[in-house]
Design a protein around this ligand. Structure first.
Ligand SMILES: CC(C)(COP(=O)(O)OP(=O)(O)OC[C@H]1O[C@@H](n2cnc3c(N)ncnc32)[C@H](O)[C@@H]1OP(=O)(O)O)[C@@H](O)C(=O)NCCC(=O)NCCS
Length: 160
């Protein structure tokens, strides 16, 4: 990798909610929001690490409010914690009514991406060191999500 490369810590995807994103109730499908979360997290992880990245975990997803077709969707992704090869990326989704300019937070979650090279080996990622209160709190949230995940049910065995 280029030694002079500058890691980019955050990214915001911005687009219109399309009629094809609609669910049976006429609002944006939860699955569409999850896809946007994964896309924003991926782009952020690649921008930080400089490698192709895979999603290892998406957790703590909370849908606060519905998104309506035609609203301007913003998906913000920011690196909040780094390990050796993994990055915690916090995601916030918001929707703005173009006519009124009213913006509402619609979802948030914590994701983990792992950097991978062309041979499929895990790669070291640049270290993130938070210094200001908002970033320190975000890192704490990422570490809390690690604890929660470790207390989760583990891998399920499904009945035949
Ligand atoms: C994610 C993946 C690369 C981890 O590989 P692995 O050999 O199990 O790796 P390790 O146990 O050594 O973990 C590697 C890193 O990922 C982290 N990690 C692995 N599984 C994780 C999980 N479920 N949640 C959070 N972090 C996880 C580890 O903590 C470790 O972090 P660190 O290097 O910063 O300490 C591997 O499981 C994989 O390829 N999964 C499929 C990914 C995929 O297909 N995603 C969907 C499409 S992109």
């Amino acid at each position: 990798m280029d030694g002079n490369r500058v890691a980019t810590r955050s990214i915001t995807l911005r687009f219109l909610a399309q009629p094809t994103d609609v669910n049976f109730g006429g609002k944006v499908h939860g699955g569409a929001v999850m896809k946007w979360i994964d896309q924003a997290g991926y782009a952020c992880a690649v921008g930080w690490s400089g490698y192709y990245c895979v999603t290892a975990y998406i957790g703590g997803i909370r849908f606060y409010k519905p998104i309506f077709i035609g609203q301007i969707v913003e998906v913000k992704a920011v690196v909040v914690n780094t390990g050796t090869t993994s990055m915690h990326i916090a995601i916030e989704v918001s929707a703005t009514d173009a006519k009124t300019g009213t913006r509402k937070k619609t979802a948030q979650c914590m994701t983990v991406f792992v950097a991978i090279d062309d041979a499929g080996d895990k790669m070291k990622v640049p270290h993130w060191n938070p210094t200001i209160p908002v970033d320190i709190e975000l890192q704490k949230a990422a570490l809390r999500s690690l604890e929660t995940r470790n207390n989760e049910a583990g891998e399920f065995v499904f009945p035949d």
